[in-house]
Design a protein around this ligand. Sequence first.
Ligand SMILES: [Zn+2]
Length: 310
Amino acid sequence: MPELEQSTAGIVAAAGELRRFVLERHPVRGFWTRLDGPWRELCSLQHHPPPVERLLGEAVTASVLLAATLKFHGTLTLQLEGRGLVRLLVAQCTHDLGIRALARIDAPLPEHVGFRQLVGDSRLAVTIEADEQAARYQGIVQLQGETLSDCLESYFATSEQLPTRIALAADAAHASGVLMQKMPSAHAQHEALELAAQRAWEDVQANLHALPLRLLQSASAEETLRRVGGVHDGRVFAGTAVRFACRCSPSRVAGLLRSLGAQEIHGVLAEQGEVSVTCEFCGRAYRFDAIDVERLFASEPSPEAPQSIN
Ligand SMILES: [Zn+2]
């Protein structure tokens, strides 16, 4: 049974979970995730047509799987700046598995719309930002495949990373995915062992390719590994919780307002009587009255004040 947790919205939701697994005798590892609770919480905050919801769910799931493959302390972001029907899509996962996401579209969508029309000829940026240092890595995923997982697989293949296969599935209630990687072999000089490892990797790829998406949505991590590992013994490790977590805060919003300048903010205040900012990720509203605005510009902005609430 999935663990129950009290979400910030006060809804009792099944926790999301990330599980790592390995093949016992071959240098192949994998990550499995199911985000039902945090994904439903995220969906309750923004409403999209089903094709966009599906793409957003797949992107959030992918962000969790990609973050799982890394050793880092910070945030991994998948960001699509669209030239297709989706104008903007952001999916983020932190090192401690806090997720948030948003999408913007030019409504209304045509009746039947696929991945290609949604993304057009956009590119997807993968950014990894470290919390403490200014370290930042960015890679670009060419969106030329027929699904998001196709595109991510070619990204791994063309950016000289580990051979990687990904399956993603999402709808309004569930978001799940599995990522498999062939690790560098410890026995690269030993021809027979390397050949066996390569064969096992080929089996895993074929099994993952044959895995029905509806099964990915419903099967446990153990069952998924049994399917993907096939004849090769595997081990599933204990899970880590994935939760919805927005990074917005009063100080981040204050930083954003300061970056817009006193003149602009006083203009909004004069016109509307207050300055109101709503976080696009979580819907939280931040209001600044005349006294708040005065305070905002009276104190020197701290050097770390972020320029964006994102
Ligand atoms: Zn927020």
